[in-house]
Design a protein around this ligand. Structure first.
Ligand code: PGA
Length: 250
């Protein structure tokens, strides 16, 4: 059976002192969690969070990276830099990066390959806009984003990629996809992976749902057949609320 992976995405929130207070409060609340727990934090919090989460079951991830290992890319952070301070996970291709920072399927693919080369585990986001959904294109969009993101990866790498299905219209809007809808979209992503990489890979790959996940809807979403946990933005900013999502089974 696949494990559940629940990741918080703090986005551009939390100063280092707030991050430290958060983890100190959060750790006892989730120490017996059955799910894997990840916090994806701003670059400036990474080092503090890694230090303070050491020896706990909380894993730390970044929210983006460049694909190159070093070079003349002012303002960017490389996978090698992330790895050097003990980062384990990295979100790649979040819709906010695709929308505001020209992230494309091609750069997403390059970044995933580079993450694996540097021993980082990618959490790759795919999802349709409201317009695409209304035009009945959801499946086409998310399967094509998945195919292009994973192009050229080995079966083993695909198995170790976490995919987050995040319908863009559900992000930060309070509108959650119904559990049935989200599960069906995730099934279509899994089906695409089966076509490309075979049954074994598709049955093992972790596919999360993201978009207005809260304590009140987490259980319903995560208990469906194909949703393997969540990528949580707003509701991950408060330790109490996020711990309820992590401990959704209780
Ligand atoms: P949200 O964000 O939970 O605030 O909708 C999810 C995300 O963007 O990863």
């Amino acid at each position: 059976m696949r494990r559940k992976v629940i990741a918080g995405n703090w986005k551009m929130n939390m100063l280092p002192n707030e991050a430290i207070d958060y983890i100190q409060a959060f750790e006892p609340m989730v120490k017996n969690a059955k799910s894997e727990v990840i916090l994806c934090v701003p670059y400036t919090d990474l080092f503090y969070c890694i230090s303070i989460a050491q020896g706990t079951n909380i894993k730390i991830g970044a929210q983006n990276m460049h694909f190159a290992e070093s070079g003349a890319y002012t303002g960017e952070v490389s996978p090698k830099m992330l790895k050097s301070i003990g980062v384990e996970y990295v979100i790649i291709g979040h819709s906010e990066r695709r929308q505001y920072y020209n992230e494309t399927d091609e750069t997403v693919n390059k970044k995933i390959k580079s993450a694996f080369e540097n021993d980082l585990k990618p959490i790759v986001c795919v999802g349709e806009t409201l317009e695409e959904r209304e035009q009945g294109k959801t499946e086409e969009i998310i399967t094509s984003q998945t195919r292009l993101a994973l192009e050229g990866l080995s079966k083993e790498q695909v198995k170790n990629t976490i995919i987050a299905y995040e319908p863009i219209w559900a992000i930060g809007t309070g509108k959650t996809a119904t559990s049935e809808d989200a599960n069906n979209s995730i099934k279509s992503i899994r089906e695409e992976i089966k076509k490309l990489y075979g049954e074994e890979v598709s049955s093992e790959v972790i596919i999360q749902y993201g978009g207005s996940v809260k304590a009140s809807n987490a259980k319903e979403l995560f208990e469906t057949s194909d949703i393997d946990g969540g990528l949580v933005g707003g509701a991950s900013l408060k330790p109490e609320e996020f711990s309820k999502i992590v401990n959704y089974e209780e």
